[in-house]
Write a protein that binds this ligand. Structure first.
Ligand SMILES: *[C@@H]1O[C@H](CO)[C@@H](O)[C@H](O)[C@H]1NC(C)=O
Length: 142
C-alpha cells in the first residue's frame, strides 16, 4: 500500500469514528405558560468556544432552543452559560446559569435539558427521566 492509501485510510477511519459519536446537546425548554397566552422566555447563551446567541426569545409553550456540539481537544474545558428571564407580575431571571460544563475528559452524547416553569428551573440529563426542580428564579419588581 502506498503512503497515499495509508493516509486516506487514516482519514476515513477518523471521519468514521467521529460520525459514530453522538453530539452533546443542550435544550432550553419554555414551559412557562400554555396555549396562545404562552409567556415568552428570553435567553442569551454563550460558550467558552466563543459562541453567542444574542438575546432571543422562545414564545410558544414547549418551544426550545437546542444546541448540538462537540467538545474540542484543542480548547480548555467547554462551559456554556445562559441568562434566562421572563415577566409576569415581576421580572424573573437567572443569570449565568451553567447549562453545560465539560469534565476532565472529552464526552459525547450528553444531554442537559433545562425546563423553565413559573415556579422554578427544572433539569434532566436523560430523555427517559422526568425533569426535576433544581433552581429558584430571582426576581425584581417592574
Ligand atoms: C422541546 O423539547 C422537549 C424536551 O426534549 C420535547 O418534548 C418537545 O417536543 C420539544 N418541542 C418542540 C416544539 O420540538
Amino acid at each position: 500500500m502506498g503512503h497515499h492509501m495509508v493516509f486516506m485510510l487514516i482519514v476515513f477511519l477518523f471521519v468514521g469514528l467521529d460520525e459514530a459519536h453522538e453530539k452533546n446537546r443542550i435544550i432550553v425548554n419554555n414551559q412557562l405558560g400554555s396555549g396562545p397566552s404562552g409567556i415568552p422566555l428570553y435567553y442569551l447563551c454563550r460558550s467558552t468556544y466563543s459562541e453567542y446567541t444574542g438575546t432571543q426569545k422562545l414564545t410558544d409553550f414547549n418551544s426550545n432552543w437546542t444546541v448540538d456540539f462537540e467538545e474540542s481537544l484543542f480548547h480548555n474545558r467547554l462551559v456554556w452559560l445562559c441568562d434566562l428571564s421572563f415577566r409576569t407580575d415581576k421580572e424573573y431571571y437567572f443569570k449565568e446559569l451553567q447549562v453545560y460544563r465539560a469534565a476532565s475528559e472529552i464526552r459525547w452524547g450528553q444531554l442537559r435539558q433545562w425546563t423553565c416553569r413559573i415556579d422554578g428551573i427544572y433539569f434532566t440529563r436523560d430523555y427517559n427521566e422526568p425533569v426535576g426542580r433544581v433552581l429558584d428564579w430571582k426576581s425584581t419588581n417592574l
